[in-house]
Design a protein around this ligand. Structure first.
Ligand code: ATP
Ligand code: LTN
Length: 333
């Protein structure tokens, strides 16, 4: 049997989870938890690199935890916790900041993109975001990081930091690999299909959240930007909108792109969009049902949140202490 790997991934409570988050990340996580040693984290400290309304952030963090469980993550199988509850993340992030070059951070496309969208608040946290992400991953001696394709660059940087540290001292960190899903790795905005679907998009029609009403989902898919040739054909360059809908449909149903093209070869966009909308409604409906039931169980959820933090705390300190020792920070035994 294949050896169990340590898997780590994170998601920001910067908005309500989208179909992109689900198909690109969470859906994979639910599968991986049965095969590996999985750790999934709600990265609230990453979310504050962009201004958040305190009340909303608090509620969304709780709801994010409930949503992960509603999507099928099992706290008995995977370790689930909230990043700010485990101080080792911020501590290692500081240490790793001292092993990360400004030249490297300057190249990060997520930083460039977010700083142009939030030009009134280009803070140092937004800039050093990747060192905190590297800390998240490296603390747990992670082998594999399942993420959407937008995170490729951050994973590369994490590897570079780990290799640099290992070479400067002695082997300390496992050098992790990114793990990208074959389908759904890059779900695009429904309004600007050359941009990824993002939960913090200002235009609510650009994304579908996991908790959206069926009628709203159907409407958003109907209004998705397409082209005028009315042929369901995959062509990212010239038909980005339709290609995105084909990707979504293919990722949900498990059908290949060719089969989807065949299935809709004689129908127009209207019928195809209907099918896509229905597939989305169907996949989200059990998640929404569980969310409604579970979010009322506040004591139970809070207990799970506490237990997750305790487990993560004791696991993360091992690596943090090792790093401090290697660097030469004075420690009393
Ligand atoms: P924000 O818009 O606030 O930056 P986000 O929607 O991009 O947030 P994150 O919390 O940063 O989401 O990402 C959580 C996970 O979801 C990551 O693994 C990321 O790669 C994946 N992901 C995010 N957006 C998409 C998308 N459009 N398609 C596929 N995967 C995605
Ligand atoms: N940067 C990621 C979220 C994230 C993450 C992580 C993902 C923070 N820490 C550790 C994987 C592993 C994002 O924006 N999607």
């Amino acid at each position: 049997m294949e050896e169990k790997k340590i898997i780590f991934s994170g998601i920001q409570p910067s908005g309500y989870f989208t179909l992109g988050n689900y198909l690109g990340a969470i859906k994979n996580w639910t599968r991986l938890q049965h095969e590996h040693n999985c750790i999934f984290c709600i990265v609230d400290m990453h979310a504050i690199t962009v201004r958040q309304e305190p009340k909303n952030l608090r509620q969304r963090t709780y709801d994010s935890f409930v949503q992960l469980i509603s999507c099928g993550l099992d706290p008995e199988k995977a370790l689930l916790f909230i990043q700010s509850h485990v101080p080792a993340h911020a501590e290692l992030a500081w240490l790793l900041n001292c092993y990360t070059y400004m030249g490297e951070l300057n190249r990060m496309t997520q930083f460039k993109d977010k700083s142009s969208r939030h030009s009134e608040n280009i803070n140092a946290g937004l800039y050093t975001y990747p060192s905190l992400m590297a800390a998240d991953i490296l603390l747990y001696q992670t082998d594999m990081v399942p993420v959407g394709e937008d995170q490729k660059q951050h994973i590369e940087l994490t590897r570079d930091i780990a290799i640099r540290f290992n070479n400067s001292y002695s082997p300390t960190f496992v050098v992790p690999e990114g793990y990208f899903p074959k389908a759904g790795a890059r779900v695009m905005s429904l309004q600007e299909p050359d941009k990824k679907m993002s939960k913090s998009d200002e235009n609510v029609n650009a994304y579908i959240t996991l908790l959206e009403e069926p009628s709203v989902i159907m409407n958003k898919v109907k209004r998705a930007v397409t082209d005028s040739d009315n042929q369901v054909r995959y062509d990212i360059k010239n038909k980005a909108g339709i290609s995105n809908l084909i990707d979504i449909y293919s990722s949900i149903t498990g059908k290949s792109i060719q089969d989807v093209e065949k299935e809709f070869s004689s129908t127009g966009y209207g019928q195809f969009k209907n099918a896509v909308g229905e597939a989305v409604v169907e996949i989200l409906s059990p998640i929404q049902k569980r969310f409604k039931e579970l979010s009322k169980e506040k004591d139970y959820i809070n207990q799970l949140i506490k237990e997750g933090a305790q487990k993560a705390d004791s696991r993360s300190y091992k690596t943090l202490n090792k790093v401090m020792r290697k660097i030469g920070l004075y420690q009393v035994k």
